[in-house]
Design a protein around this ligand. Structure first.
Ligand code: MN
Length: 412
């Protein structure tokens, strides 16, 4: 069983300090999220202290429960050492990979662990919070709890006392599973179904992590946001010693931040057929990916240039790339002579953009700077009903006239 991991954190839209912490330790097979609380920067100190102590204890062979108890002692001791740290604490949700694909989750506080399996997304941990108690008693629904004014009040944290009660959840992982650890800055802003949808949406874990953080920020970002996402794959296929002749440079891919796995099994014997396919298939794959990447690049760029004296948005790259020629995306009614000379020169130089929106925004900018923009018509509307006033409405011209037929463009 193999775990790929990607992590992301952000201070959010409201706070000045990020008091969340996360930890990914390959050799230990460890992932963790901690959300510190305390005055000034004490919360930051609490989460960092807990994560460091957790790692040290696991390194010296402690079980996950013992390691979290030691992390608690470390935060508690530190909180007594300095007036500034008085009363500080932290949540901690940590998972370690054990033999045979068993994943052990240890948990204190209201950070969370989730599991996505066969499309079903569910919370593994139970929050140690006041609203969770009310939900358990049937006095609040989960939806009411999500917006309850006491939703930030936690009932258990590291550093509050010399001892702590740790919840332990052993989970048998399966290939294809995805695991999410997060602070309440994510789940306080997004409903579970949205979080689950983001986790399902993309094969690339670093994009999943970034999108989750972005979504929480877009929803208000009222707290620090931290996510650690992991995906479980079957054991790596045995490696083959056939020489790999690669005629083209390998395309750049987004690699997951971290990959760790259990010790590999001894290699099996390789049959001759396998040996031939083993290098033919990668070569074809790499060629395919390279051609695909060029095609994608050639079509998914936009540039603004001139066509018959008019500012024109093209799809493609100037001059084309291999067999992919640029096409006119939209022609505007803006002439080069309408523009400031500096903008006209810029358009002649064919500025490129990575999206149509960016290209459109650029056209709007140079139009707004133009000393003499064309086609600004003022329409006076006289209502048919009897009235004493004549309302005057100004209709802005459409940015672009109707698109022409999408013809390939001959070179300039
Ligand atoms: Mn928080």
């Amino acid at each position: 069983m193999r775990l790929q991991v990607s992590a992301a954190t952000d201070v959010g839209q409201v706070r000045n300090v990020n008091e969340d912490g996360s930890l990914v330790d390959e050799p230990l097979g460890l992932i963790a999220v901690a959300d510190g609380v305390g005055g000034h920067r004490a919360g930051e100190v609490a989460s960092a202290t807990a994560l460091e102590a957790l790692r040290a204890a696991l390194r010296s062979g402690r079980s996950l429960r013992e390691a979290i108890e030691e992390a608690n002692e470390a935060v508690f001791t530190k909180s007594l050492s300095d007036e500034e740290f008085r009363g500080m604490g932290t949540t901690l949700t940590a998972g370690t990979m054990a033999a045979g694909g068993t994943f052990i989750v240890g948990h204190v506080g209201d950070s969370r662990a989730y599991l996505l399996r066969d499309g079903e997304f569910r919370q593994l941990t139970t929050d140690h919070s006041r609203v969770q108690e009310l939900v358990d008693d049937g006095r609040l629904t989960a939806d009411e709890a999500a917006v309850h004014p006491m939703r930030n009040v936690i009932t258990r944290a590291l550093g509050m006392d010399a001892t702590v009660d740790v919840d332990i959840y052993p989970i048998q992982l399966e290939p294809g599973d995805r695991v999410l650890f997060c602070s309440d800055g994510l789940t306080g802003m997004l409903r579970d179904d949205l979080v689950g949808a983001e986790l399902r949406r993309d094969a690339d874990l670093s994009r999943v992590a970034a999108r989750l953080v972005d979504a929480a920020n877009s929803a208000g970002g009222e707290d620090n946001i931290t996510v650690v996402v992991a995906s479980v794959t079957a054991e790596e296929a045995p490696r083959v010693e056939a020489p790999l002749v690669v005629p083209v440079a390998e395309p750049v891919r987004d690699e997951p931040d971290t990959i760790y796995d259990e010790p590999r099994r001894p290699r099996g014997r390789t049959r001759r057929v396998g040996r031939v396919l083993v290098w033919v298939i990668p070569v074809l794959l790499i060629l395919g990916i390279a051609v695909g990447a060029i095609a994608w690049y050639a079509r998914n760029n936009y540039y603004v240039g001139a066509h018959r004296g008019r500012v024109t948005v093209y799809q493609g790259v100037p001059g084309g790339l291999l067999v992919w020629d640029p096409t006119i995306d939209r022609r505007t009614n803006l002439s080069l002579s309408d523009l400031r000379p500096v903008d006209a020169a810029d358009v002649r130089a064919e500025r490129t953009f990575s999206s149509r929106d960016d290209a459109d925004a650029y056209v709007r900018r140079i139009r707004s700077r133009a000393p003499n923009p064309p086609g600004t018509t003022t329409t006076t509307t006289i209502p048919t009903t009897t009235t004493t006033t004549l309302p005057v409405t100004t209709t802005a011209p459409p940015l672009f006239p109707p698109p022409p037929e999408s013809t390939p463009v001959p070179g300039p």
